[in-house]
Design a binder for this molecule. Structure first.
Ligand code: 1KN
Length: 510
């Protein structure tokens, strides 16, 4: 139903959005659709990342709140750039910065938090951290090698840190001296990376932290007139840096914002709204998730009316929706660390190190719920990756080479989930994939198709070997496996047809 409303309004997602959204909202309310929409929204699902949401969300019975800076659109973006984003399946995140030099250690002490946050540790003086640029020299950095590694792993988009919270810029920014040209390395890292990834056919997204610990004008809150004056200068600086990035690196497909949770930014909803529209105007097709903007009331991710503010939901950090309802039917991706926590390079292991098997299962789950899955890597200060990350990338790549069909251009299928694993469905040709992680003792995989669909054929993706499909009650089938001792997750392709195949009338009147 939302698609219906969206269709009337989707001609341009840039022009005349506010008026469009308001009348669409009015139409939806009139049709009683909002009620259903809000009812399927799990309360508190976004507590960590959309901390402003729940308390300001109207209950189903309440009127829609008029907003100057709410969502620009109801429903998904359906233009070519966003369709391409939706079909990526697998992505890579890269955290590289001054923190990569320390690897979570300072003065023989180990910082327990995420390694890229080490500047916030009270044992490490800010002057020491802010002088690390004098040691930044990734001598062995090879952008083509980074792109090859990603390509070999099967990722279709990459997000690179251009500036993390510490404010250090990996590109030659003319708006601050705290940038890579002042380091012993001297050269730009972002340009060569954008070029190498782009040439490898991997779409590039730039990570940018709004919060900037290095800028004197940054504020956590705006309590005095002087704060607002300083923060206004900071906003101009931010807009300049973003313009600079998009101008220097026109291949950029999207911007990945972070550090937008403080009161200063939440009180700047009008600015973040105009910034979003400006960036999309100077760079048509640009993709920006839900972490940039705040609405008139300081709500983040979702506006006061429960609508997503951004091209996709950007709140799934180190967590995955439990089921389709939790995605609210939006575009989304999950970004995941391989260690328990920590994005920048850390010399010591941080808790449990996820195995390729676990990461592949997370990937399958995300795609099955219509999301993408993005795995983070934290290269060392010298510009190379630790062995364990290289091995993880290799193993995932080996699996992807055989099974990518179940991941790329695939998404949610509304059939009852079974314990053996996850369904995905191709958006190209409707083929159904079963990504199997758990083989039952009897080697029979239950499939319960939605009404009016039935299984015509099942075969293994790895070798096209046909599997016996045994009809059960109604539309249900068992896919009988010949081989039961699989060492790896594997994929079965299902071809379906219309109409039921099973015994008519059985159990009908029970
Ligand atoms: C819970 O608070 C935070 C705040 C910032 C958790 C993580 C982060 C940053 N976002 C990730 C993508 C990393 O960059 C991490 O430092």
């Amino acid at each position: 139903m939302f698609r219906l409303i969206h269709k009337q309004k989707q001609t341009s997602y840039l022009a005349g959005m506010k008026a469009g959204v308001q009348s669409a909202v009015a139409a939806a309310v009139a049709a009683g659709l909002m009620l259903g929409f809000l009812m399927v929204t799990p309360a508190g699902a976004h507590a960590q990342w959309g901390e402003g949401n729940s308390k300001n969300l109207p209950s189903a019975a309440q009127k829609q709140v008029p907003l100057q800076h709410g969502a620009h659109r109801i429903g998904k973006r359906t233009d070519a750039d966003m369709n391409r984003w939706r079909d990526y399946g697998l992505g890579e995140f890269i955290h590289m910065g001054l923190y990569s030099i320390l690897g979570g250690d300072y003065n023989s002490m180990h910082y327990d938090g995420a390694a890229e946050w080490i500047r916030s540790w009270n044992k490490l003086p800010h002057e020491v951290y802010d002088n690390l640029y004098k040691k930044f020299d990734p001598k062995n950095f090879d952008p083509e090698a980074w792109a090859r590694m990603a390509k070999n792993m099967g990722v279709r988009y990459v997000t690179i840190t251009t500036k993390h919270h510490d404010g250090f810029c990996l590109w030659p920014s003319k708006y601050t001296d705290f940038n890579i040209t002042k380091t012993p390395y001297k050269k730009d890292m972002i340009g060569p990376l954008v070029k190498a990834f782009d040439q490898a056919g991997i779409d590039v997204y730039l990570y940018f932290s709004v919060m900037d610990w290095h800028q004197a004008d940054w504020r956590y809150d705006l309590k005095t007139a002087a704060d607002s004056v300083a923060f206004n200068r900071f906003k101009t600086f931010t807009k300049n840096q973003l313009t600079e990035l998009l101008t220097l690196y026109p291949q950029t497909k999207g911007l990945w914002f972070d550090g937008t949770w403080d009161n200063s930014w939440k009180k700047s909803g009008a600015f973040s709204d105009s910034l979003d529209q400006y960036l999309k105007k100077i760079h048509p097709g640009l993709i920006i998730g839900s972490r940039l903007r705040a609405d008139d009331y300081g709500n983040r991710h979702f506006d006061a009316n429960g609508h997503l503010m951004g091209d996709y939901e950007q709140g799934w950090e180190r967590k995955i929706p439990s089921d389709y309802t939790a995605t609210r039917g939006n575009d989304w991706d999950c970004i995941m660390t391989i260690p328990q926590n920590g994005w920048g390079y850390s010399k010591s292991w941080m808790g449990h190190w996820k195995t390729p098997y676990e990461l592949i299962e997370m990937l399958a789950k995300c795609v099955s719920l219509d999301g993408n899955f993005v795995i983070n890597f934290g290269p060392k200060g010298d510009g190379t990756f630790r062995k364990k990350e290289l091995q993880t990338a290799d193993s995932i790549g080996a699996w992807m080479k055989v099974n990518h069909e179940a991941i790329y251009n695939a998404g949610y299928l509304n059939w009852t989930k079974q314990d053996w694993g996850y369904y995905t469905r191709s958006r190209k040709d409707g083929k159904i994939y079963m990504i199997v992680f758990n083989v039952p003792i009897n080697g029979a995989l239950k499939v319960s198709p939605a009404k009016k669909e039935h299984i015509k054929k099942a075969y293994l993706l790895q070798d096209n070997k046909t599997l016996h499909v045994e009809a059960l009650d109604g539309n249900d089938v068992f896919i009988q496996l010949e081989q039961k001792n699989h060492q790896e997750p594997f994929v079965i392709v299902l071809e379906t047809g219309q109409g039921g195949q099973a015994v008519e009338g059985e159990n009908k009147h029970v």
